[in-house]
Design a protein. Structure first.
Length: 359
């Protein structure tokens, strides 16, 4: 089957690139002819390239320019090497119409492709309005993100979603919106990063000592820094930060590409993150980890961890010594892996069954 995937793939974000890689790899390994639709909205490009000019005021005396532009270039090279892309890029929404009958099936997702609260706003193309209704339309691990109500877009979204075959979402909030506002059935599946192995692309790190890995999209507070340092003192670990510099880190990997990022997660003894995909790769690699509270990300991460009995790994009060002891305790990955394996099996079957309905 010829399949097109519409997702967020073109950004300088490890999770976004790897979820695009994973879904495409899973489907290609299943025998399908798959490519990612190279849709790059101009608004998104402007947002993600903000600060990459050497004249940008957001760069402190231009000291961040070289690592930022280097990392963006390396992520781009990874994408070109490991993702099969449609002919493009496609910057304007109306140019998607040429793909109206190009695929047997089009899948939207993963990621927060249906979030109406982000800078992207409402974009009907992510509800596959450009695909002919005679073709199979699906979502896989699509998320409404922080959106809790469709509001003024209810009618338009409802009409578009009615043309979908199966609706597979990533979290409970998205399932509730699909059910309560759109009156449709949906299934909650895992993010596609859970579905594949990364042995072919992960690059071993050059770190020779045991280390704690920080992957955080915000500066650590003094209390969080103290918490990290106590973890490292207890377990005799060095501190490594990836993507963003951290003053308490012994090593800062500012220009890592996704392969190097994967290698750091494989080698780390402990992971501290405030990101959804940072949490996922801590789980995949069976690491001890702490999720730092982040108001705009904790809900989806808590939803994921709750289903595995690990919501206690979210840190709300870094000053509390009881929380430190709790986070130093081991995770029973034998039981956690049983849950993950069951959810992976369910997710794979849900997607392959949805595709098998096409005739």
């Amino acid at each position: 089957m010829k399949i097109g995937i519409l997702t967020f793939h073109h950004v300088d974000n490890y999770g976004a690139v790897l979820q695009a890689y994973a879904l495409q790899k899973f489907l290609r390994d299943a025998g399908h002819d798959v490519e990612t639709i190279d849709r790059r909205p101009l608004g998104a490009i402007k947002y993600y390239t903000k600060g990459l000019s050497p004249l940008s005021k957001s760069l402190k005396m231009n000291s961040d320019f070289v690592p930022k532009i280097t990392r963006a270039w390396k992520v781009r090279q990874f994408m070109l090497k490991n993702l099969r892309l449609s002919k493009g890029p496609i910057y304007r929404k109306d140019r998607l119409k040429k793909l109206r009958n190009h695929y047997d099936a089009v899948i939207v997702g993963s990621d927060q492709v249906w979030c109406l609260e982000s800078f992207r706003g409402f974009d009907s193309s992510f509800f596959l309005d450009f695909v002919d209704n005679s073709k199979l339309k699906l979502s896989y691990a699509a998320s409404f993100g922080s959106t809790t109500s469709l509001g003024a877009y209810h009618g338009r979204v409802e009409a578009l979603v009615q043309a979908f075959g199966d609706i597979l979402v990533r979290d409970a909030n998205s399932k509730n919106i699909v059910s309560n506002e759109l009156g449709c059935d949906s299934k909650v599946v895992l993010d596609p990063t859970f579905l594949v192995s990364y042995s072919e692309i992960a690059k071993p790190t050059k770190m020779t000592e045991d280390f704690l890995l920080i992957y955080n999209q915000a500066s650590l507070t003094k209390e969080q820094e103290s918490f990290v340092q106590k973890i490292c003192e207890n377990k005799n670990l060095k501190i490594v930060s990836v993507r963003n510099p951290n003053s308490i880190a012994d090593e800062n990997f500012l220009t890592a590409d996704p392969s190097e990022w994967l290698g750091l997660f494989e080698a780390a003894s402990y992971v501290v993150t405030n990101t959804y995909h940072g949490t996922i790769f801590a789980l995949i690699n069976k690491k001890l980890f702490t999720v730092l509270h982040s108001s705009n990300k904790t809900n989806k991460t808590a939803d994921l961890l709750r289903g595995m009995g690990l919501e206690n790994r979210i840190l709300l009060e870094p000053k509390n010594p009881e929380r430190l002891n709790e986070h130093l305790s081991e995770i029973d990955y034998i039981e956690v892996q049983k849950i993950i394996d069951s959810k992976v099996h369910y997710s794979k079957i849900a997607l392959l069954t949805a595709l098998s309905k096409y005739s």
